[in-house]
Design a protein around this ligand. Structure first.
Ligand SMILES: [Zn+2]
Length: 385
């Protein structure tokens, strides 16, 4: 019989050994089915009812595993995919866990396949009859590329539980806030012509100059709308990230495009902000006889905001001794919130390890992580409220 610790490390090795890269680039994108199969097998052997939910995209599925039944309950959620990696930059095979200096190296060790192994360890010996409220394990597809898995769950609208933990790497500190993210391509469409006579065309570069001026004014306006001292940068931000246009000094520029990134505070939402941005730009350009076009570079993520008084926030603060804070990256939390859950992000591993060569999970985060999960299961599933 392997010890509990050996079993947990074996599960981490198994998860890392099953590649599940997701990427907007089809050259990199892979199925997550081997991870889902592994989790389905492991959780059904624990007595969970396992529901594998294929997405519209072939080879991609979510998994919902449930122990117990009834109202309320706890959802432990993670994504099954990883970002792409360049094995040439790694000191060991990214898909074979290596232990060196009290750290487990491998793609997805911190972000965030190991979390499922911790959940398996925390549920060892748990029986459905003991549960007053259900325990749900959620494993999603494509978090790193499109959040397609979480979007599908939110669209389906089936309630999963009342309290949720997403095990993204937070060094075991609870997180209840993050900003939303919106990325947009703005295209100015003019008319090219010979440079010697401005009347022969309508210059898209000059139009973009007017657009940028308007965007910077809008940015000041957004900064003034709200402040939140929980964030290191306490305002909504906008970055002008990339510009390209024109081809020759002696031709009037016919097209120019600009990519911008907005990070909005809780209280704002992606969709209305995108509409506002598009209307603002279109109006500026209409005024000078230019056309506009827009592409959402990705659909966007709304901000995460879980009330400080939510029971899951209070519970995770008490268990970790850390106040629930804010992070600078997006998660699937807003989709779970849409399904009626109070969500905290809390997991082992450090976020600065995520998306890096030689990604690792420090071993000293594992046992405390399992203990926190066991305590949450006791509080939200085993006790009647
Ligand atoms: Zn992640």
């Amino acid at each position: 019989m392997p010890t509990a610790e050996q079993a947990l490390l074996k599960d981490i090795r198994e998860l890392i050994a099953r590649p599940s890269i997701s990427s907007v680039s089809p050259d990199w994108d892979q199925s997550n089915e081997r991870v889902i199969e592994f989790l389905a097998e492991r959780f059904s052997s624990r007595g969970f009812r396992v529901d594998v939910q294929p997405l519209d995209t072939p080879g991609k599925s979510n998994l919902v595993a449930t122990l117990g039944a009834g109202e309320g309950g706890l959802v432990l959620s993670g994504h099954t995919d990883t970002v792409p990696c360049d094995p040439g930059l790694w000191h060991s095979d990214p898909f074979e866990v290596q232990e060196r200096g009290q750290k487990l190296y491998g793609l997805g060790t911190a972000d965030m396949k190991s979390f499922f192994a911790l959940v398996l360890a925390a549920t060892d010996g748990l029986r459905a009859e003991q549960l007053k409220h259900p325990l749900v394990v959620l494993a999603t597809a494509d978090e790193e590329s499109s959040m397609r898995g979480a979007r599908a769950l939110a669209r389906a609208g089936a309630p999963l539980g009342r309290h949720a933990v997403i095990g993204e790497p937070t060094s075991l500190r609870p997180v209840r806030l993050h900003k939303g993210i919106l990325m947009e391509r703005i295209r100015v469409i003019g008319r090219s012509g010979h440079s010697s006579n401005p009347a022969l065309g309508n210059n898209a570069l000059e139009g973009m100059h007017a657009v940028i001026a308007a965007l910077l004014t809008w940015r000041s306006d957004l900064e003034g709308r709200a402040q939140d001292p929980d964030f290191e940068v306490p305002v909504t931000t906008m970055n002008l990230g990339r510009i390209s246009g024109g081809d020759n000094p002696n031709r009037i520029c016919g097209q120019c495009e600009l990519d911008v990134d907005l990070r909005m505070l809780p209280g704002m939402q992606c969709a209305p902000l995108r509409t506002e941005l598009r209307e603002l730009v279109a109006e500026v350009l209409r005024g000078i006889g230019l056309d506009s076009a827009f592409d959402a570079l990705f659909e966007g993520v709304d901000p995460m905001t879980t009330p400080a008084v939510a029971p899951i926030v209070k519970a995770t603060e008490a268990l970790t001794g850390a106040p629930a804070g804010a992070v600078a990256y997006g998660t699937e939390a807003p989709y779970l919130t849409q399904l009626g859950m109070d969500v905290v992000v809390l997991g082992p591993g450090a976020i600065d390890q995520a998306h890096q060569p030689d990604e690792y999970l420090a071993l000293d985060g594992i046992e405390p992580g399992v203990e926190i999960l066991r305590a949450l299961i006791r509080q939200f599933c085993l006790q009647a409220d």
